[in-house]
Ligand binder design. Structure first.
Ligand SMILES: C[S@@+](CC[C@H](N)C(=O)[O-])C[C@H]1O[C@@H](n2cnc3c(N)ncnc32)[C@H](O)[C@@H]1O
Length: 190
């Protein structure tokens, strides 16, 4: 199948698929229309599990419908703020993804916000297995997007380098294109 190499989604899925194997437990912090949840669910397979969060009923319903359409029953869709993910996910995770911003086609009044996004990132970092990865797609074009990105970038820039590797991808010739931040937890050597 032809894949648009310029697509941020394909880039992000390409990163995630190098880390995720069948049987892994992973988290989609912003389920939206369920596209990332479906990608993750296919990757972990029926021996794995995807926890998917969204604050909007509409997005949770769309994600559940997408999973049902593909006969996937190894994902749990939680309609709650991702800042609360630690109340639900109790096992270590291999990967997590945040596709920030608002639900395409819905009201822009509901949008991810720096403080709650950071709380969720921090919970996810606590749950992440050594060798695991968190990928964040940060949009700059909407109101509050640049401030959210700046908060995330500033916080992750302070992550101890012996434990965490934090990389960032950006389109040099598209100033407002999304920034992609990749957070990897080191494999500790005893
Ligand atoms: C860009 S969309 C996600 C797209 C999605 N990953 C997909 O594949 O279709 C961002 C989503 O984040 C959700 N969201 C906003 N604030 C949130 C929060 N605090 N907790 C969980 N979800 C949130 C929105 O409702 C929206 O559905």
């Amino acid at each position: 199948m032809y894949k648009d190499v310029f697509s941020v989604v394909n880039r992000v899925h390409g990163i995630l698929e190098t880390y995720i194997a069948p049987g892994d437990v992973v988290v989609d912090a912003t389920a939206g229309q369920g596209n990332d949840t479906l990608f993750l669910a296919r990757r972990v397979g029926e021996s794995g599990k995807v926890w998917a969060f969204d604050i909007q009923e509409e997005a949770c319903a769309a994600t559940k419908a997408k999973l049902a359409q593909h006969q996937i029953d190894w994902s749990e869709v939680i309609c709650d703020n991702h800042a609360n993910l630690g109340r639900y996910v109790e096992t270590p995770i291999k990967a997590g993804v945040f596709n920030l911003g608002y639900l395409p086609g819905a009201s822009h009044a509901v949008v991810t916000e720096g403080a709650t996004t950071l709380a969720a990132v921090q919970s996810m970092m606590e749950l992440l297995l050594p060798g695991g990865v968190i990928v964040l797609v940060c949009y700059l074009g909407h109101r509050g997007g640049q401030a959210e990105y700046a908060m995330i970038e500033e916080t992750l820039a302070a992550a101890p380098a012996q434990d965490w590797c934090v990389e960032e991808f950006r389109f040099v010739n598209k100033k407002l294109a999304p920034r992609v931040i990749v957070v990897k937890k080191s494999l500790k050597e005893d």
